[in-house]
Design a protein around this ligand. Structure first.
Ligand code: NDP
Length: 251
């Protein structure tokens, strides 16, 4: 359907080499976009590129640094000649009680989850503005909405991602750039496999606490990525969409 057609578009997906990022990248590739996968792990990058096809390429970069974020946009322009869609998905977590985090760990998490999104969006803005528009999709979390006792810096970073989305959306609406956020519920990825080891009872709590009665899968995020990357969402900006099996809808 032409409203969702991404043919000829170039989509950068940070953290697109696995988990949720790869689920979103699959949707974008199916929609016709050429995907630029960004991650630090060369082997994972190669695996994702091989799977995605459609002229997909990988860029090895740490998007928590200004130089890394800038290199992503530069490389996408050099290799693909345009940048239409930016998915700020790269992120990580360290789970412990708030009082046990070092300042270094706090800064590491804020940089990986929040500063990375700001730096990539900032780097992409000039290119998108010059082209007359673009789509930026940030990845928040249920912790953008709710507290988690074992994830204070993560929650602070993800609350920040949701707020950053609104500010960028307002600032760049006149440039034809839509900025939206996706709030995944509990999704089965490497990140949450580790969480299941770290947090006792987590698996049962997720299944019981999610109205859909299951963990989400990376491909559950494919469709929302296509919607927010396509002309179908041209009047949608500054919003955050839960993709959570109903988790955020309940009291
Ligand atoms: P994964 O650990 O499976 O994937 C994280 C991805 O981010 C990897 O591709 C990793 O690649 C990349 N990455 C991490 N740090 C950097 C960095 N500094 N520079 C470049 N790439 C980086 O986790 P998920 O798929 O679960 O998480 C993806 C996003 O979704 C994160 O933002 C996470 O917070 C969010 N999220 C996840 C939920 C879940 O239940 N799984 C729920 C809500 C939100 P590499 O190691 O190669 O650098």
């Amino acid at each position: 359907m032409s409203l969702f057609d991404l043919t000829g578009k170039v989509a950068v997906v940070t953290g697109g080499n696995g988990g949720i990022g790869l689920g979103m990248a699959r949707g974008l590739a199916q929609g016709g976009a050429r995907v630029v996968v960004v991650g630090r792990d060369r082997a994972k990058n190669s695996g994702a590129v091989a799977e995605l096809g459609g002229g997909a390429i990988a860029i090895e970069a740490d998007v928590a640094t200004e130089a890394g974020a800038a290199s992503v946009v530069k490389a996408a322009m050099e290799h693909c000649g345009r940048l239409d869609i930016l998915v700020n998905n790269a992120g990580t977590n360290i789970r412990k009680a708030p009082e046990d985090y070092s300042l270094e760990e706090w800064r590491f998490l804020i940089d990986a989850n929040l500063t990375s999104a700001f730096l990539c969006a900032k780097a992409a803005h000039a290119v998108m503005k010059a082209a007359g528009g673009g789509k930026i999709i940030n990845v928040g979390s249920m912790t953008s909405l709710f507290g988690a006792a074992f994830a204070a810096p993560y929650g602070a970073s993800k609350g920040g991602v949701m707020q950053l989305t609104q500010s960028l959306a307002i600032a760049w609406a006149a440039d034809g750039i839509q900025v939206n956020c996706v709030l995944p519920g509990w999704i089965d990825t490497d990140l949450t496999k580790q969480a299941r080891k770290d947090v006792s009872g987590l698996n049962d709590n997720v299944v019981k606490g999610t109205p859909a009665g299951r963990w989400g899968l990376p491909n559950d995020l494919s469709g929302v990525a296509v919607f927010l990357a396509s002309a179908a969402s041209d009047f949608v900006t500054g919003t955050s969409i839960p993709v959570d099996g109903g988790y955020a809808a309940q009291i």
